[in-house]
Design a protein around this ligand. Structure first.
Ligand SMILES: [Fe+2]
Ligand SMILES: [Fe+2]
Length: 145
């Protein structure tokens, strides 16, 4: 297990917590498969799941930020883009060298710290904004994520 699900901080908008919980599960599956050297095919599938889920996570937040006119949209969006690029690079590297250890190290040493820190900072501020704005709106936004 890369991240104990309970150790991930909660934010004040439940839809984002759902998205985060789901991502940790997918991330842990990928990490465990890398650590136990599962067949290439399986790792490839889990990598695809992770990449798709990360995109879903980021676009979900970006959509909410746009709909609520979040003041630091650009900053949060650029940070997501930086990580989109970084993750893609590591996935492409794995596709070339099939080096499970190297990818597991990236998750341990970089991605894990990044996601915890990101949830504690940008996501926390964003969630506060979103819940404040949504509570004051006369319509409902889907909170399921
Ligand atoms: Fe997030
Ligand atoms: Fe985010």
């Amino acid at each position: 297990m890369l991240i104990e699900p309970k150790s991930l901080p909660e934010v004040s908008y439940e839809g984002m917590n759902n998205v985060h919980r789901n991502e940790i599960q997918i991330l842990n599956q990928l990490y465990d498969a890398l650590k136990t050297n599962e067949p290439e095919e399986k790792i490839n599938k889990l990598l695809k799941n992770f990449e798709e889920d990360l995109e879903k996570h980021f676009s979900y937040e970006e959509d909410l930020m746009r709909r609520t006119g979040f003041f630091a949209y650009e900053c949060h969006f650029e940070e997501h883009n930086r990580v989109r690029k970084e993750v893609k690079e590591f996935i492409n590297r794995w596709k070339k060298n099939k080096n499970n250890k190297l990818l597991a190290e990236y998750l341990e040493e970089t991605f894990k710290n990044w996601i915890v820190e990101h949830v504690l900072t940008m996501d926390t501020v964003t969630a506060q904004w979103i819940s404040t704005v949504i509570n004051g709106l006369p319509f409902q936004i889907n909170q399921k994520g």
